[in-house]
Design a protein around this ligand. Structure first.
Ligand code: 4AD
Ligand code: MG
Length: 468
């Protein structure tokens, strides 16, 4: 087959492709559907560049029968043909095929995506093929865009991307159970005199795990470069089978020297709005598709979030609202409890009808590093709660006072030897500083309108699921 310039489907469907009309071009992609009769085949080809497929029209008499019969749903083909204006209303242009090469066949008897309309649950069982569906194509393109927008947002503000480690020797965050990293033989580990596993003989000479957060290392960066952010995978071994938890998820953790909690909230709100606007500006075709197929209020919801001021109130005020609401909650509300997703969503969806930033949580339910308020009961925490999601961001101003921090570490029984390096930042040139963590998949959930977090990451890691 003659070698011609290959165009993406996206390029060809863009208005600017009109100057290509009448020329012979090449496309490559996967066949979504094939319709037709005894003389013509209409082949919808998608290459993942855009949610739409391009129509290829083949006059059967011009093709070798043994080749054209292999052009079935799921097969991969390369097409040389003339780009022409399409007589159909569905598309502006289509391709009159001259030559077709079949790269890979897909047996109609066994190809799992033979028919349309599979459930999302079924597609999770074939995570290796689901990117070939329109739904996952859209989700993955949006996911990419959001990641890019995050880097752009911080880069434009002169923040530096800091790579925090994935393997860690500390569990200072206390955010949840961790995954052990070891090279010791699980069947025959070396034992010490106390009859315990001797981790001094392990790869790193100590116990190590996959990180639950890059924050503590992020703070080291911020107390040198002023403004940093991390963006990497984090791991939590909790057995929480919910539509909003993954065992492996990505988190963005900016950390800023000289920021107080108000500055932290301002940045977080600006950041979320910027990213969502970016998706509206750059992924409209995908959003329209998801809006039509899954969530009729999606685009409206995204637009409304970027237009309103987020509500800001204290945990204590929120608890009063919840108690007075007369609403029946599964978990009873009283001051001191960790708010459940039902409480968060009541505040956001029913009471205020917009995103909410809650501050000044009870110190007993928050991490050791949060700055203590003078009341002795609360800390300068801030969580951002979103419609349909609940908590999307968790953050705080950090305790910069060495003595207060050390006290808290002792109170919580954190071994000082695990965090001496963290404490050093408060001994040498400490500074007020703040930061937050944005759960990337929760953000993708919100922007795509999908209902389950397993459907917004290419290969979800959840309890009993690491097949692909
Ligand atoms: O509230 P978290 O646990 O906060 C931290 O880890 C802090 N170190 C962040 C910081 O201040 N730098 O987690 C932050 C966010 C949550 O708000 C949520 O969006 C997301 O991470 N998250 C999860 N997303 C998916 N699956 C899980 N299991 C998650 N746990 C937290
Ligand atoms: Mg949290």
């Amino acid at each position: 087959m003659e070698k011609l310039i290959r165009y993406s489907v996206k390029k060809l469907l863009e208005a600017s492709s009109s100057q290509l009309v009448g020329t012979e071009i090449n496309i490559k992609g996967w066949v979504r559907t094939r319709r037709g009769n005894n003389t013509l085949a209409f082949i919808a080809v998608n290459d993942g560049s855009i949610v739409h497929s391009i129509q290829v029209v083949a006059e059967l008499e011009n093709f070798d029968e043994s080749t054209i019969k292999l052009v079935t749903t799921g097969s991969c083909i390369s097409v040389n043909g003339i780009l022409v204006e399409s007589p159909g209303k569905e598309q502006s242009v289509e391709i009159q095929a001259r030559h077709i090469e079949v790269y890979g066949t897909a047996d109609a008897e066994t190809f799992p995506l033979q028919k349309k309309g599979h459930t999302l649950e079924f597609l999770r069982e074939i995570a290796h093929l689901r990117p070939r569906t329109n739904t996952f194509g859209s989700v993955l393109r949006i996911r990419h865009s959001l990641a890019f927008a995050i880097h752009k947002f911080f880069n434009d503000k002169d923040f530096f991307y800091l790579h925090s480690p994935i393997i860690t020797g500390s569990d200072a965050e206390g955010a949840g159970a961790m995954f052990r990293v070891t090279t010791l033989d699980p069947h025959n580990p070396p034992m010490n005199a106390e009859g315990k596993i001797d981790f001094t003989q392990d790869f790193f000479g100590k116990e190590t795990n996959l990180t639950v957060s890059g924050q503590l290392e992020g703070e080291l960066g911020a107390l040198a470069l002023s403004n940093i952010y991390t963006f990497g995978p984090t791991f939590r071994a909790e057995n929480s089978n919910t539509p909003r938890h993954l065992a492996e998820f990505w988190m963005i953790e900016p950390e800023m020297a000289f920021y107080e909690i108000q500055d932290n909230m301002d940045l977080a709100e600006e950041c979320l709005k910027y990213i969502i606007r970016y998706a509206l500006d750059h992924n409209f075709a995908d959003l329209e598709f998801l809006n039509k197929m899954y969530d009729k209020e999606l685009i409206e919801r995204l637009q409304s979030v970027i237009e309103v001021d987020f509500i800001r109130l204290t945990y204590t005020e929120a608890v009063e609202i919840l108690i007075k609401s007369g609403q029946k909650f599964e978990f009873k509300v009283e001051w001191g409890i960790d708010l459940q997703s039902e409480h968060e969503r009541y505040l956001v969806e029913k009471h205020f009808g917009k995103p909410v930033i809650l501050t000044d949580y009870p110190r007993d339910i928050k991490a050791f590093y949060m700055k203590q308020n003078d009341d002795g009961k609360t800390v300068r925490a801030m969580d951002i709660l979103f419609p349909k999601i609940g908590e999307i961001i968790g953050g705080s101003q950090r305790e910069e006072n060495y003595d207060k921090l050390l006290n808290r570490i002792h109170e919580m029984g954190i071994p000082e030897k695990d965090v001496w390096w963290y404490l050093d930042t408060r001994r040498y040139g400490t500074a007020p500083h703040s930061g937050f963590g944005l759960g990337f998949e929760r953000l993708v959930l919100f922007v795509t309108g999908m209902a389950n977090i397993r459907d917004v990451i290419p290969f979800p890691r959840t309890p009993n699921n690491a097949e692909f």
